[in-house]
Write a protein that binds this ligand. Sequence first.
Ligand code: PEP
Length: 251
Amino acid sequence: MTKRTPIIAGNWKMHNTLAESAALIEALKKAENKNEAEIIVAPSFTSLAEVAKLASGSAIKVASQDVHWEDKGAFTSAVSPVQAKDAGATHTILGHSERRSVFGDTDEILNKKVAAALRHGLTIIFCVGETLAQREANETIAVINSQLENGLKGFTAEQLNGLIIAYEPVWAIGTGKTATPAQAQEVHASIRQFLTDKYGADFAQATRILYGGSVKDSNVDEIMAQPDVDGALVGGQALLADKFTRIINFN
Ligand code: PEP
């Protein structure tokens, strides 16, 4: 079986002033990392450059929480991949459920954002996940396959090399409800099967699939024990240095 380096990523969402962001990254720079996980943080855009500067020289990588599909132009409030990279981002989250449900990011829009991120060499953390209604209607796998199919449409395995996927059931984000380890494993295995069928076994075996949705210091160990779970995308507890440190050091 392929050994995949685990990834622990923190999505800071619309939290933290500059001073709070600086304090958090400084604390994380000192954190133990016994699993030699790849650590990624996604600050808000106002803190991105400062966090990237403070993180440089450490093993922590910095992501933007989104990017626009154009490089520049009359798109008030948007941030382009060129700007995200310029500020120090090496990664970008795309398709977070809050972007999909609050800001109207459709599969078609996300596909253009994927193109923009790839054009500028940003590593993509591509989020997928079903709503509670979709899960209850037994549509989970179909929804996720369709998000993958349409969001990544038109790109080859070679172009998508390094892609990271985050499975985030919408009903588990910020709600305190976590998918059971078995539920997470079932969907992760299905995502890996989708990748195998579409891009080949080598690509699928190398791709890291993260779980997100109320990951906490108290449940990370059992989630990370699942064979197809390669890491976590963490919201709430990523804002707390001690909790996030514990998550980085999952057992
Ligand atoms: C997220 O925002 O991606 C997330 C998983 O949030 P939380 O950990 O707070 O559920």
